[in-house]
Ligand binder design. Structure first.
Ligand code: SF4
Ligand code: SF4
Length: 175
């Protein structure tokens, strides 16, 4: 999960990043290289991915799609109907995008834009972007911080993730 950890005057709050699944980053930032002569795929996680997909079929598909002058395949060939077809096993570089403001790389990620909107509503003293896999220990936030977040018209997914990150509410707030 990607989130921003905000240091406030009176505590800390974590604001989740929600991917809008627009596919923009996958159309511009694919890191998959295909060598049509050697018929070889070069990408992170290929060993894991090859256990879940038929590599021969993939090579045949890539052979038809590849631009021999530009072996970096764009859009990413795993993008189908704007969704990642290998989402649970996608490479780490995909899972962490767009961690940190600088990593947007001019993509105009709408999820990052929304995250920055939420962040700017809090007047934080410090903002740290984080990526965590697996379970994460929830932190305590105040009733006022929760109310502030809920006043920003969060989506259902933003609310769900917010309470995964900020589970222990101080001042007796009942979520
Ligand atoms: S550009 Fe951002 S919102 Fe769109 S798919 Fe990539 S990470 Fe998700
Ligand atoms: S592997 Fe999936 S998440 Fe990564 S660039 Fe390709 S389609 Fe996008």
């Amino acid at each position: 999960m990607i989130f921003a950890e905000l240091k406030l005057k009176n505590g800390v709050v974590r604001i989740p990043f929600v991917c809008h699944q627009c596919g923009k980053c996958c159309k511009i930032l694919s890191k998959i290289v295909f060598d049509p002569i050697e018929k070889k795929i070069y990408m992170e996680n290929l060993e894991v991915i090859s256990k879940h997909v038929n590599l021969d079929e993939l090579i045949e598909e890539f052979s038809k799609k590849v631009d021999t002058n530009h072996p970096v395949m764009l859009p990413c060939p795993f993008l189908r109907d704007n969704r990642c077809s290998i989402h649970p096993i996608r490479p780490k570089s995909c899972r962490i995008f767009p961690l940190g403001k600088d990593l947007d790389q001019g993509i105009g990620c709408p999820g990052l834009k929304r995250l920055n909107e939420l962040i700017s509503a809090f007047n934080a003293e410090n903002v740290e972007f984080k990526f965590v896999e697996g379970d994460i220990e929830k932190i305590e936030v105040s009733k006022e911080v929760v109310e502030k977040f809920l006043s920003l018209n969060p989506s259902d997914e933003e609310i769900e993730l917010f309470f995964k990150l900020n589970g222990k509410i101080l001042s007796g707030f009942k979520a």
